[in-house]
Design a protein around this ligand. Structure first.
Ligand SMILES: CC(C)(COP(=O)(O)OP(=O)(O)OC[C@H]1O[C@@H](n2cnc3c(N)ncnc32)[C@H](O)[C@@H]1OP(=O)(O)O)[C@@H](O)C(=O)NCCC(=O)NCCS
Length: 145
């Protein structure tokens, strides 16, 4: 079941965030987005929050700010369900495009975005820190109209 996240989900969301990402968000950033309606979404499986996504809509542009599935639950279609929810939220808010940035090395996420119809629109060189240096961000966009 996918539902809007609540303040009480913060701790579980941060557990997912920290387990899934090499460079997770700080809890203070997640909390700031949790204060806004229809921005943070969680997926519950067997009464446990196992995935989340954060989508911001400003005017006619939407951005997927973060998405994560707990590693124990990856590869079960939950990431795809969350991404489809984000597309629905952005469409319902009348956004014309949905943007995101992804690490060039993140082939799983890139395969998912391409499956959903996103197209690569650009690159930010050396945008992300890695364990050993920096890597590029790829920019993807999905037209919604
Ligand atoms: C990226 C992520 C959200 C995908 O979630 P998931 O639940 O594992 O993915 P799904 O099971 O929904 O799979 C969706 C698609 O991703 C691709 N995919 C999933 N696992 C894959 C793997 N091991 N190798 C290659 N592609 C894979 C496939 O295209 C798959 O579609 P299919 O099942 O029809 O073949 C998840 O792996 C994750 O949280 N990763 C760490 C955080 C992260 O990288 N977030 C994205 C930052 S932009």
């Amino acid at each position: 079941m996918i539902r809007a996240a609540e303040q009480s989900d913060l701790e579980t969301m941060m557990q997912v965030e920290q387990a899934a990402h090499s460079h997770p968000w700080a809890a203070s950033i997640m909390q700031r987005y949790l204060a806004k309606p229809n921005v943070c979404w969680v997926l519950e499986y067997q009464q446990r929050v196992v995935a989340h996504a954060v989508v911001s809509v400003i005017a006619d542009q939407a951005e997927l700010l973060t998405i994560a599935v707990h590693p124990d639950y990856q590869g079960n279609g939950f990431g795809k369900q969350m991404a489809q929810q984000v597309i629905e939220v952005a469409s319902a808010a009348a956004a014309e495009q949905l943007f995101l940035e992804v690490r060039e090395s993140n082939s799983t996420a890139i395969a998912l975005y391409e499956y959903l119809g996103f197209c690569e629109t650009g690159r930010r060189r050396s945008y992300y820190p890695t364990a050993t240096g920096r890597e590029d961000a790829l920019l993807f966009a999905l037209p919604l109209l």
